[in-house]
Design a protein around this ligand. Structure first.
Ligand code: NAD
Length: 347
């Protein structure tokens, strides 16, 4: 089976590529990634020489490139993760999110429709999405697969739009698809613009920890390797034309999470208790900030037997240890050196 994974050099994508390339030697894994600021091939050093793995640098927004690529490789299925993924960047430049997340997804849908010639046997378009498409919850309740879409940021609006197009290609043309909507991920190799790695990096360097608003925004956190395991299960056992919510049943107010992180970092860095908390700085709120996200992951648990394998404290512990023992990685990300890796490795 020729499996295309888009965005495989990104945070979640690199964990999915590693899992699939190692677990399924009979599959050939094609990792298609533009290597934007968020894509880092150093994340996949341990995979790049496997015989069943090929990296392809390219832009999903470039329709001619995509059409040609599909003619050459004739993929059997796709796990589509490539996206612009940072809400703050979507507020600054919404159009970039429309291009990659909406037009890019459309180009893939059209290329698969042409390639598969409406013969969809054993084919699958698996679209990776986010819980942010559901908008914001009040103090109570959970997002289920039946919750209406109500996106509030340009990022979530672009992801919601791409979800709708995937579903529409399923209903209109009969394309086999699955969508999963996951909560906030954390773990190894996450670009340090996102909350947990940003704060770990800032604590290491005694820099302020900027907390939006009053810090009461609530998110449901999931360890990235548990997300990759869920993606594997959904890809192989999920039902055609279905949606699965993936989450950790693990809600944290931002401020409580930051305090836990500070405590764990103080212990690991042998700093006096309370040292890192002094770095917390409240900053002006993000516009359109959703108050609370919480996933009801009952369906994937009941139907596919998935549940998170680690608690939040365990996952955070592993994550902090990884960042502390990979300061070179953090350094090369923050000074931009990682962007030369492709040149060095692939000329
Ligand atoms: P990321 O930003 O770390 O990685 C995105 C990858 O896509 C990068 O490697 C980047 O180079 C690549 N890419 C961007 N534009 C491209 C283009 N035009 N053509 C080809 N490649 C391109 O993102 P992530 O956090 O790993 O998220 C992956 C997917 O999972 C996204 O679709 C995101 O919406 C979804 N998701 C993320 C989270 C989370 O907490 N990070 C939660 C739920 C869902």
């Amino acid at each position: 089976m020729k499996v295309l994974i888009t965005g495989g050099a990104g945070f979640i994508g690199s964990h999915v590529v590693r899992l699939f390339a190692n677990k399924y030697p009979d599959y050939h894994i094609y990792n298609l990634d533009l290597l934007t600021y968020a894509g880092n091939l150093e994340n996949l050093k341990d995979v790049e020489n496997l015989p069943n793995y090929t990296f392809i640098k390219g832009d999903i927004v470039d329709q001619y490139f995509i059409d040609g690529l599909f003619e050459t490789y004739k993929f059997d299925s796709v796990i589509h993760l490539a996206a612009e993924s940072h809400v703050d960047r979507s507020i600054a430049d919404p159009l970039a999110f429309v291009k990659t997340n909406v037009i890019g997804t459309m180009n893939l849908l059209n290329a698969f429709k042409t390639l598969w010639k409406d013969n969809f046997k054993s084919k699958l378009f698996y679209h990776i999405s986010t819980d942010e498409v559901y908008g914001s919850l009040g103090q109570e309740g959970f997002f289920t697969e039946k919750t209406s879409y109500d996106p509030n940021s340009p990022y979530s609006a672009s992801k919601a739009s791409s979800d709708h197009f995937v579903r529409a290609y399923g209903e209109t043309y009969g394309m086999p698809y699955i969508i999963s909507n996951c909560s906030n991920n954390y773990g190894e190799n996450q670009f340090p613009e996102k909350l947990i790695p940003l704060f770990i990096n800032n604590i290491i360097h005694n820099k302020p920890l900027p907390v939006y608003g009053d810090g009461n925004y609530t998110r449901d956190w999931l360890y990235v390797k548990d997300h990759a395991i869920a993606i594997d299960l959904v890809f192989h056992k999920g039902k055609n034309h279905e949606t699965y919510n993936i989450g950790g049943f693990n809600e944290w107010k931002n401020i409580d999470l930051v305090k836990l992180l500070c405590q764990q970092m103080d212990e690991k860095l042998n700093r006096e208790k309370g040292t890192s908390e002094k770095l917390i700085t409240y900053v002006k709120d993000r516009p359109g900030h959703d108050l609370r996200y919480a996933i009801d992951a009952t369906k994937i648990n009941k139907e596919l037997g998935w549940k998170p394998s680690v608690t939040f404290e365990e996952g955070l512990d592993i994550t902090i240890d990884w960042y502390l023992s990979n300061e070179d990685w953090l350094q090369s990300i923050t000074n931009g050196d990682y962007q030369n890796y492709y040149q060095k490795q692939y000329h």
